[in-house]
Design a protein around this ligand. Structure first.
Ligand SMILES: CC(C)(COP(=O)(O)OP(=O)(O)OC[C@H]1O[C@@H](n2cnc3c(N)ncnc32)[C@H](O)[C@@H]1OP(=O)(O)O)[C@@H](O)C(=O)NCCC(=O)NCCS
Length: 243
């Protein structure tokens, strides 16, 4: 059985009888700057690793892989659709919402939807379980421009929502963002690398409060601060990309 990289095949091909290795977007690529690589290497060197005897060794951090998302039905079958065979108006219930099969077949996670390396959102998230905090290394590509030369505020809030959401999901399971508050203090230069650090403030029942700050890579400039509220939700769809 052929092993395919999911990013190299069309949704139609994914429906074929083949297995594939999903692409991990959080690994370095040629677009990563020396500063992005320096930060990546720093956190990666403090990650827990299995040694030869199966023991866990190393630091408190863990890198979260970021796989391409594909939808699975409850019985575990892929719901990727051959779009040429989609009946007009046909739809499937996904996560409580009826989605047209054409939409399903072409759906992409927003922050990973632009394929050109370095063009938009380049990021990797590390979780520190002991301290209940996470850090996201984010390199802002040239397609994220707002005012000339600086990163669009919506792109920054997208990354805050993403980084805090990954953190909340990792700790509490499936969640949805219900509130996001942002204060922008200092612009982020296009192409630069920043740190998005989030910490768990409190959790009561289904409600999880997270605060977050975006700083320059050396921590000297505070760009943005945010608070987020996530609500735990029941999902009836298995998402292998959500760890
Ligand atoms: C998440 C969602 C399914 C929750 O709906 P629900 O299960 O009916 O939850 P409820 O409305 O009963 O809210 C549960 C609790 O959270 C609180 N809450 C909900 N939204 C809130 C908000 N925006 N701010 C503060 N508290 C909020 C409610 O007051 C309630 O508190 P209580 O239990 O103390 O009374 C629904 O709000 C939703 O779909 N929102 C859209 C989320 C979204 O699209 N996010 C972006 C993509 S992730």
């Amino acid at each position: 059985m052929a092993i395919l990289n999911i990013s190299d095949v069309s949704p139609m091909q994914r429906n074929a009888n083949a297995s594939y290795t999903p692409r991990d977007f959080s690994l370095p690529n040629s677009s990563w700057s020396s500063e992005t690589m320096r930060l990546y290497s720093y956190y990666n060197s403090q990650c827990e690793v299995d040694n030869d005897t199966g023991e866990k060794r190393g630091g408190p951090w863990r890198r979260l892989p970021s796989y391409d998302r594909f939808h699975m039905s409850e019985n575990g079958e892929s719901t990727w659709t051959d779009v040429s065979k989609v009946e007009p108006g046909s739809a499937t219930l996904i996560g409580g919402v009826y989605l047209n099969k054409y939409i399903q077949a072409n759906a992409r996670e927003f922050t990973r939807s632009i394929k050109t390396a370095g063009a938009a959102f380049e990021y990797v998230v590390f979780i520190n379980k002991e301290e209940q905090r996470s850090v996201c290394i984010f390199q802002a590509g040239y397609l994220l421009e707002g005012a000339p030369g600086i990163v669009h505020g919506g792109a920054i809030s997208t990354m805050i929502d993403t980084a805090t959401g990954i953190h909340a999901t990792h700790v509490y399971g499936p969640v949805m963002t219900v509130n996001l508050n942002m204060n922008y203090y200092s612009p982020i230069a296009l192409g630069s690398t920043v740190l998005i650090e989030s910490s768990l403030d409190k959790s009561t029942g289904r409600k999880h409060f997270i605060s977050c700050k975006v700083t320059s890579s050396d921590g000297s400039t505070l760009h943005t601060e945010a608070t987020a509220l996530f609500l735990s939700v029941n999902v009836n769809v298995h998402h292998p990309s959500r760890m």
